[in-house]
Design a binder for this molecule. Structure first.
Ligand code: ZN
Length: 357
């Protein structure tokens, strides 16, 4: 290859090396105007120089490709930085705290409120049994009077797993804490034999395939309550929920019920309360109506009692299910339900013990 072509190549190589950091990947190098013009030059030059020039251009491309590949792997090896770390992540290792002080940690607001809610119900004689996070079709639907193919099954936007239960049905991430009703009724049926009621509060995490926005999450908390005994009436249901809500919001509350439909209660009600934040004069929480729909409830359907081995001719009961996140949002003026699952320290620190009321 003659001197002139050699110089031409050297000049292009120098330019490309200067700009090597601009090439994000190999295809960016191949597309570069300098390299492309070298390739198009190959056909113009004297035949006796062509082979040598072509080889030199290829060698140059290979050399540059190696540099770019090495640059990429060097970047991959850089230590990741935790941008959420509660200290300057870029500071000298010696200046990083070995341990964070205990004051930084606090209970999650949902956990703290669930303890308050459980205390209220325990003071009324309820046991507390935690719900579970994976269950089967029988407990989620069958035992609760949702026959096969019942359209109400579709209202629950249920997540199913690929794993099957012993009946060949997909296991379920429970969409309501009612999934525990049959188990709890069976487990404590001995109380009835001793002449005591079954009174259980079931807090738990539930999952629904929801479109997520400020008021809807795919993961949230519910409290389920069941009470079964002799001569239990709708009056017992209403007064139990009323006492709970007045204790929780620490204010007098008026209630309104309207008929609703759930397969596992008959009759079923939607339960509304006078807005505890504006005394019915209208505010953002109640959409200026003075009332908030707060939970679903009803008298336990005889089929549900029978499925749990309880004599439905002798005993009656009530049950309710209530979203905990919403109760806590209203209590603490939280605008976006997604905050609860976000792990945002700026949100969670507002509920540290010294700020928590
Ligand atoms: Zn209001």
């Amino acid at each position: 290859m003659n001197e002139e072509l050699h110089k031409e190549l050297s000049l292009v190589k120098e330019q490309l090396l200067q700009n090597i950091s601009d090439f994000d990947d190999l295809s960016a190098l191949t597309r570069s105007t300098q390299l492309r013009s070298l390739y198009s030059r190959i056909t113009d030059i004297e035949p006796d120089q062509r082979a040598a020039f072509g080889k030199a251009v290829n060698d140059l491309k290979n050399e540059l490709s190696e540099l770019i590949t090495k640059k990429d792997s060097d970047t991959d090896l850089q230590e990741p930085i935790d941008i959420t770390a509660p200290f300057a992540a870029n500071c000298e290792p010696a200046k990083r705290p070995a341990l964070l002080s205990a004051a930084v940690g606090s209970q999650h607001p949902i956990t703290a409120e669930l303890e308050i809610i459980s205390d209220i119900f325990m003071s009324m004689g309820f046991r507390v049994v935690q719900s579970r996070e994976i269950d089967d079709d029988w407990h989620m639907f069958g035992s609760l009077n949702f026959p096969e193919g019942h359209p109400a099954r579709d209202d629950y936007d249920t997540f199913m797993t690929e794993q099957l239960d012993k009946n060949g049905k997909p296991l379920i991430a429970p969409a309501h804490t009612s999934t525990m009703q049959n188990r709890v009724l069976r487990r404590f049926s001995g109380d009835l034999a001793e002449g005591k009621p079954i009174a259980v509060l079931i807090p738990g995490r539930v999952f629904r395939n929801e479109d997520i926005d400020t008021r809807h999450e795919h993961t949230f908390y519910q409290i389920e309550g069941i009470y079964v005994g002799l001569g239990v009436t709708i009056g017992n249901l209403i007064s139990t929920i009323n006492v709970f809500l007045e204790s929780f919001y620490k204010t007098k509350i008026e209630i309104k019920t309207q008929p609703f439909y759930f397969p596992f209660t008959e009759p079923s009600f939607e339960f509304s309360i006078s807005c505890p934040f504006c005394s019915k004069s209208g505010c953002q929480v109640c959409s200026y109506s003075g009332w908030i729909e707060i939970l679903g409830c009803g008298m336990i359907h005889p089929n549900v009692l029978t499925a749990a081995g309880i004599d439905a001719n002798l005993y009656q009961g009530f049950a309710w299910g209530c979203g905990v996140d919403r109760l806590v949002m209203w209590k603490h003026d939280v605008e976006d339900v997604r905050n609860f699952e976000s792990a945002k320290l700026s949100f969670l620190r507002q509920f540290s013990p010294e700020n928590y009321k």
